[in-house]
Design a protein around this ligand. Structure first.
Ligand SMILES: [Zn+2]
Length: 271
């Protein structure tokens, strides 16, 4: 082959390849809603059963490795013998007010998105803003080796991106009237569409009267199991009626990650 022909062939090949690449680019760009990286990661199937259950989360996706190798994972079993009183701690300050909320069935739980930035907790002088809350059945944390019937997680973030989760244990008993505002609109099927709740929802109605807690450093309890999460598990459980608990169970028969080793971490409580 003459040098000239080789040059021409390369040029043609490169042109063709570039053409292909461009076409792909155009195709991607013309998609009305190109998936973001985060959305694609969220689509990795994980669950609470079978081959995608918690024991396998660490192998399902590169980003999920922490679920397997992390040393500060949540939830945990809270054993009285491990809990140390810290006189420097004071109970969490909760500054929630009635807010506009919407419900999403994300296939793993019912998530309640809270609009605005008006709901906060203050922990040892640090302010965290409430983003969403959601539910697990049975409870994810155990106390003395025992599950409660359900657990509610209020998820907060600081401006710097630090996460604090406030956990509330739930047992059968009296009906929670305020919860009916949400439960009357429970989305039965997984969907990206949020169900808006009319009026304002009183977030405080989901909290117990006593805000003494167990504190420890842990992780998200769902993939990617990110660590560096400040956990505040309230000691006093709240009551919901068995009908309210059953309504959640009929959609999510169980959605709890099993307890993880404490592994020498400090578990503290206020005086
Ligand atoms: Zn949770």
């Amino acid at each position: 082959m003459k040098p000239y022909s080789r040059f021409l062939l390369c040029g043609l090949l490169m042109g063709a390849l570039a053409g292909c690449a461009e076409k792909e680019q155009v195709l991607q760009n013309t998609e009305s809603n190109p998936p973001t990286q985060a959305a694609q990661a969220a689509k990795v199937h994980w669950s609470y059963e079978g081959e995608t259950s918690p024991e396998h989360w660490g192998e399902l996706e590169e980003d999920f490795g922490t679920c397997k190798v992390g040393k500060e994972q949540s939830p945990i079993d809270i054993e009285a013998a491990d809990v140390k009183k810290d006189t420097n701690l004071s109970p969490v300050e909760v500054d929630y007010s009635p807010s506009e909320v919407s419900l999403v069935n994300n296939g793993h739980t019912i998530q309640v998105n809270v609009s605005g930035e008006n709901n906060h907790i203050v922990l040892e002088g640090k302010t965290y803003t409430l983003k969403q809350f959601h539910f697990h059945l049975p409870s994810e944390h155990e106390v003395g080796g025992k599950h409660d019937e359900m657990e509610l997680h209020f998820v907060h973030k600081t401006e710097d991106g630090d996460t604090a989760v406030l956990g509330v244990l739930i047992n059968g008993g009296a009906e929670n009237a305020e919860l009916n505002k949400l439960w009357s609109r429970l989305p039965q099927k997984e969907s990206e569409e949020a169900v808006a709740i009319d009026g304002k929802f009183d977030l405080k109605a989901l909290l117990p009267g006593d805000l003494h807690s167990y504190r420890y450093h842990g992780s998200l309890t769902t993939p990617p199991c990110t660590e560096g999460v400040q956990w505040i598990v309230l000691q006093q459980p709240v009551e919901w009626s068995e009908a309210q608990i059953s309504a959640f169970r009929s959609i999510f028969p169980h959605d709890n990650r099993p307890v993880q080793p404490l592994d020498g971490r400090t578990l503290e409580t206020e005086e």
